[in-house]
Design a protein around this ligand. Structure first.
Ligand code: PEP
Ligand code: MG
Length: 747
């Protein structure tokens, strides 16, 4: 742009800003804006279309088209040139609109006499608000400078919309961030919660999209970018050399922070009249639009990096952020794009619920949320841009549904549901001291799964007999560096202290697959779930496993110790792992350390192959724990993390239950204690079927113990088994309908 054009642009923005300060209805402001733009750009027409709902645009103000068509002309997303701009979030610039593909004739507007058309999205950070259009009679293409100038104007309009400038009489936009919104995500952790939003990274509100003094504004930007670069360099200096992943991300930050073209574009926006904040947001908005259409995963990652960096820069410029003194509500529900396990753990049990834009069911954050028993919804797309700190929010972790700023009747229905759940919890609490004894007199031992110190209080409150699965990798995952032996020993000691004589089955490190340690070089494997993971890593690189075993032996300090190996696929893996334990015990003895009173060494059965292992395996294992999550994914060849397939195969499929039956029979034949510790153990119906197939020990999340026990105490396993047999003999694929029928018949 020439200096003259920049100065014109600044004048226009200044006048637009003045309309923001004007008292009066939104409609008058919009009318005024369209005439200002048309005049400044010397075009015949300027129109503003705003979204009426997610699918419909409405002409809300115009200079040059038939005024009668305002609030009459509507189009659907994708319809006509305006609809196309809204849908693609990209400009349409044509010298001959009527003969451009997709043009839709709107007779009421009288626009047929206008040939040139330039339409731009009015959008802010991925949120689409409407379309800004200029048109003229002459057949001409708008120049790049004109497109740029209008982009800047559209940015200011988006910021004005965010500030509520177009809300009010006349059917214009509804107030931003005030409408009730429903988000459908995926269940991450069950449970319901009501509370108020606490944004992990608060949204920056730009109160001054337009600036008068471009020189001062450019200086502010330069200072902020310097501060940003300094911060990035400091981050880089703190990264451990081995942490190549994190280093790559910060290097990308650094590349963007030092990017001349990024800086130049922002300076250009400032020269045209935008404030430094609005200039940053303009670039960020463009990056988000690109993000939506880039299929390449690497590029998407980089655009994410740029987005993060822009947020940092905005926070520096505006001085806004959680650290600037906003107060956390008493009932905080954390809303974030994504969050790491360590950060989540820092919030701890303060949180009533968690909602993430991204995340996944098996992510580390989900593992921590489960350990803390905090309701979690993942994949609630768009929530972190829509929600504001302090908004009322309802989280239904079971359904994967989130209500933001819900209407009163939704709130009432939700509270009823929560009250019913609370009642059920009370009922379950009453069972705490009772056995899970079925009507035919079978007793099923109830254990809990754990992995963090935060789990330990549940040992008492849930009534669990012990810990059937202690996932030791969580202690490794929530840190930035490999824990030391002494630290691990202290943790295991506290776990055993809290267990107070109850049995704790420590599982050795299960890393690889979806559990990647932040400080270990990731292996580029095409299929990590079937790759170098769990005991395979432990046997190939025994250093960490030995350190862990030593920590366990020392923590036991004379008490009984129970250790099991994850993901054993064949006999020799178990014998080698077992030998390692025995060797460590000998070493500890030689060092004069106190040995555990006794050591039991077991295996997790997580691959179908182990069910068919030689008898020697069953004889040698002191106990077996069925890791149903992995076992099921390999049995059905269906990735447990893949939303498309993970629910496709029923646990109560006859084939899978028959496999369980077979494992139990082999364990019974060798007198090897066997339990089931996958997620399905915590589902009452599934748990009942496992018990009917002969399992007498289950390990689950503490919160599931009550519901499972409640059901088991009401059923007769002989009848349940008969229902299963009948279905199996009848050639059914799944026994679910049969057992549901059986349950219906219960009193
Ligand atoms: C399992 O696979 O069932 C199991 C309990 O282990 P994880 O879920 O930690 O893989
Ligand atoms: Mg597993």
């Amino acid at each position: 742009m020439t200096e003259r054009q920049e100065s014109d642009s600044r004048k226009l923005l200044g006048r637009l800003r003045d309309t923001l300060a004007e008292e009066g209805p939104a409609q008058a402001r919009l009318d005024h804006i369209t005439s200002l733009i048309a005049e400044s750009m010397s075009t015949d027409v300027c129109s503003i279309y705003l979204f009426r709902d997610a699918e419909t645009l409405e002409l809300c103000a115009t200079e040059g088209l038939n005024p009668e068509s305002v609030h009459q002309t509507r189009m659907r997303l994708g319809e006509g040139l305006v609809g196309r701009v809204a849908k693609t979030a990209r400009p349409v610039n044509t010298e001959d609109a009527p003969s451009t593909k997709g043009f839709r004739y709107m007779p009421e507007t009288g626009e047929e006499i206008f040939s040139a058309f330039l339409g731009l999205p009015i959008q802010r950070l991925g949120e689409r608000l409407g379309v800004l259009v200029v048109q003229s009679k002459d057949k001409r293409q708008y120049s790049d400078d004109e497109v740029y100038a209008l982009e800047v104007v559209a940015m200011v309009l988006a910021e004005m919309a965010e500030l509520g400038a177009f809300v009010g009489e006349g059917g214009t936009l509804s107030a931003p961030h005030q409408r009730a919104e429903l988000f459908r995500g995926t269940m991450g952790q069950e449970g319901t919660a009501e509370g108020h939003v606490w944004l992990h990274e608060p949204r920056v509100v730009v109160t001054n999209p337009v600036a008068d003094d471009p020189v001062a504004e450019a200086e502010r930007l330069t200072e902020a970018v310097d501060q940003l670069r300094y911060g990035v360099d400091r981050m880089l200096s703190r990264v451990r050399p081995a942490d190549t992943d994190q280093r790559d991300v910060i290097e990308a930050y650094r590349m963007f922070a030092n990017s001349r073209s990024w800086m130049k574009r922002m300076q250009g926006s400032i020269a045209s009249g935008l404030s430094a904040e609005a200039a940053v947001e303009k670039e960020q908005t463009a990056a988000r639009t690109r993000l939506e259409s880039v299929p390449d995963a690497y590029l998407r990652e980089r655009l994410h990096d740029l987005d993060d960096l822009s947020n940092r820069l905005l926070r520096i410029l505006s001085g806004q952020g959680n650290e600037t003194g906003a107060e956390m509500p008493v009932d905080p529900i954390l809303v974030a794009k994504n969050i790491g396990p360590g950060e989540l753990l820092d919030y701890g049990r303060k949180l009533k619920g968690i909602v993430l834009d991204e995340g996944s069911v098996g992510s580390h954050a989900a593992i921590v949320a489960r350990a803390l028993a905090i309701p979690l919804v993942v994949h609630a797309e768009g929530i972190s841009t829509e929600a504001l700190n302090g908004d009322h929010i309802l989280v239904d972790g079971e359904q994967g549904v989130v209500h933001l700023r819900a209407d009163e009747n939704v709130v009432t229905a939700f509270r009823d549901k929560m009250a019913m759940q609370a009642q059920a919890q009370l009922r379950y609490a009453g069972l705490r001291g009772q056995l899970a004894e079925t009507l035919d007199g079978s007793v099923v031992a109830m254990h809990m799964n754990a992995g963090l110190m935060a789990d330990l209080p549940s040992l008492k409150s849930s009534g669990a007999e012990g810990v059937g699965l202690f996932r030791t990798e969580l202690q490794f995952l929530v840190r930035n560096q490999m824990p030391k032996r002494s630290e691990l020993k202290a943790i295991y000691e506290r776990v055993l202290d809290a267990a107070d004589g109850r049995r704790v089955q420590f599982r050795t490190l299960d890393i690889g697959s979806d559990k990647v340690l932040p400080y270990m070089k990731p292996n580029d494997e095409p299929n990590p779930a079937m790759g170098w993971r769990a005991i395979r890593v432990g046997l190939d690189k025994p250093g960490v496993m030995r350190m862990q075993l030593q920590a366990l032996i020392r923590a036991a300090n004379g008490r009984p110790l129970t250790v099991m190996f994850p993901f054993v696929a064949q006999l020799d893996e178990f014998t080698e792992g077992r030998d390692q334990v025995l060797r460590e015990i000998d070493r500890e003895a030689a060092l004069g350390h106190v040995l555990p009173e006794r050591v039991e060494i077991g295996a997790m059965l997580e691959t179908p192959s182990l069910a068919f292992a030689p008898w020697k395996f069953f004889e040698l294992a002191d106990f077996i724990s069925i890791g149903g999550n992995d076992l099921k994914q390999f049995f059905f060849a269906a990735d447990r993390e893949n939303e498309r397939v993970r629910r496709r195969y029923d646990t109560l499929n006859v084939s899978f239950l028959t496999l369980i039956e077979r494992i139990v029979a082999r364990c019974d034949a060798t007198n090897t204690p066997v339990s089931f510790c996958g997620e399905d153990a915590g589902r009452p119906l599934e748990a009942m079927c496992f018990a009917a197939m002969g399992l007498r020990a289950l390990s689950m999340r503490p919160a599931s113990i009550g519901p499972v026990k409640h059901l088991l105490r009401r059923v007769n396993l002989i009848d349940a088994r008969a229902a299963i047999e009948t279905a199996r003999e009848a050639g059914e694929m799944s026994v679910r309908p049969a057992v549901v029928e059986y349950l219906k018949g219960l009193a």
